[in-house]
Write a protein that binds this ligand. Structure first.
Ligand code: NZQ
Ligand code: ZN
Length: 385
């Protein structure tokens, strides 16, 4: 096992009808800005519950944070924070709203051009406003981690940032809040959580037994609950399991003391920035191809994954790895999520466009061995055609 520091200060309040607990979670004298996305939070009644719980506090609202939140939109929120002397942020939504809130929390107190925060991956964040979240979409883990992803529309750049100052103070996880999700967003959440887990598990063995078994447990849970999660929106127990699994997939626990990959995400971010494909859908395009191209580097863990997650024990090593990748691809496709670029009418020209952006963003040494250079990324993208 590798050395590690592990610290996660986010308080989780989990369960049915827990939004009312905001009344004690948010400081009484706070000047609060509620940040939310499009129409969903209002339509589902969550905004009304939030307003009631905040009671007599001074509250402002900022809506319109889009999926894959843009720097351009978030800077308007920064302006409101500064004008209104806001000192506490509350995100109500999915990963995009929570990530956007993290960016605003840091940008509002940043001396200089806030896009530098994304360009430097958050290393330059020295102060941030405190914030909490009410999660409405289980997928990203943003509700219990210190990372975010923002898009500069003008340059089609989607960049990740993180900082020890950007953990939510608290997150409310009420599985009932997911009942209104469209099926495609539930499928996206299952795939995003699956790939967060594989990015921290499908690397090379370091004898981290409990991290491995924890990751395998999360993967098995996602596979087990997927049909019910998609078919029965108001099945509380299934949604509760989905919600907690997605949080645990990216709250730092399974990634402590093990190598991590993240190449699928980095290549995926370019696909979203260029072609506006949902985040999770880009991961389903890249992961099966990447596992195939990187099969030598990942051999030991791919065999373990095949056996422990998919029950594959027959055949030669290569046949077992082929079968594990095929089962992964079939899992995504079974959720209605394509695994080939051709499904989006993208071909060789898209491969070149993505490579150009990877180069611009310095993404030229990806993967747990830093061996995914542009030539290797080309191979991966071509294998996804
Ligand atoms: O905008 P509204 O109207 O609210 O609708 C949203 C949005 O259109 C809708 N939605 C959310 N909750 C709902 C709901 N509709 C009905 N009922 C509800 N309860 O869902 C749509 C998608 O929302 P979004 O927040 O964009 O989805 P997700 O949670 O998948 O977040 C994706 C973003 O997170 C980033 C991605 O790159 C992407 O920008 N990620 C953040 C990570 C992190 N912070 O650690 C890690 C991830 O790998 C990921 O990169
Ligand atoms: Zn993700």
């Amino acid at each position: 096992m590798n050395n590690f520091d592990f610290h996660n200060p986010t308080k989780i309040v989990f369960g049915a009808d827990t939004v009312g607990k905001l009344s004690t979670l948010v400081p009484n004298d706070a000047r609060v800005l509620i940040l939310f996305g499009g129409a969903s939070a209002e339509k589902t009644g969550t905004m009304a519950e939030v307003r009631t719980a905040l009671g007599e506090r001074t509250v402002r609202e900022f809506g319109g944070i889009e999926p894959n939140p843009s720097y351009e939109t978030l800077m308007r929120a920064v302006h409101v924070v500064r004008e209104e002397k806001i000192d506490f942020l509350l995100a109500v939504g999915g990963g995009s709203v929570i990530d956007g809130t993290k960016f605003v929390a840091a940008a509002a107190l940043y001396d200089g051009e806030p896009w530098e925060i994304a360009q430097q991956g958050g290393a330059n964040v020295q102060r941030a406003l405190p914030f909490g979240s009410v999660l409405t979409l289980p997928a990203t883990g943003s509700e219990m981690n210190n990372g975010g992803v923002v898009t500069h529309k003008a340059t089609q750049s989607k960049l990740a940032f993180r900082s020890a100052l950007l953990f939510p103070a608290f997150s409310i996880l009420d599985p009932r809040k997911t009942f209104t999700l469209p099926t495609n967003q539930v499928a996206n959440g299952l795939v995003d959580a699956f790939v967060h887990t594989t990015e921290q598990y499908l690397t090379y063995p370091v004898n981290a037994k409990v991290q491995d078994r924890f990751a395998e447990g999360l993967l098995q849970t996602l596979v087990e609950i997927a049909p019910q999660a998609v078919a029965t929106p108001d099945d509380y127990e299934t949604r509760a399991n989905l919600m907690w699994t997605a949080t645990l997939a990216l709250n730092g626990l399974i990634g402590a003391g093990v190598p991590q990959d993240w190449a699928t995400h980095m290549i995926g971010h370019e696909l979203t920035a260029l072609y506006d494909i949902d985040h999770a859908r880009t991961l389903a395009l890249v992961l099966p191809a990447l596992l195939d191209v990187q099969r030598e580097q990942k051999r030991g863990k791919l065999l373990q994954f095949g056996e422990r997650v998919w029950g594959i024990t027959d055949g030669t090593d290569d046949e077992r790895i082929d079968a594990a990748i095929a089962r992964t691809r079939a899992f995504f496709e079974g959720l209605g999520i394509p695994t080939r670029l051709s499904a989006y009418q993208l071909g060789e020209e898209a491969v070149e466009a993505v490579l150009k952006q990877l180069q611009t963003h310095g993404m030229t040494a990806l993967g747990e061995h830093r061996d995914i250079d542009l030539a290797r990324s080309r191979k991966i993208l071509q294998a996804a055609l």
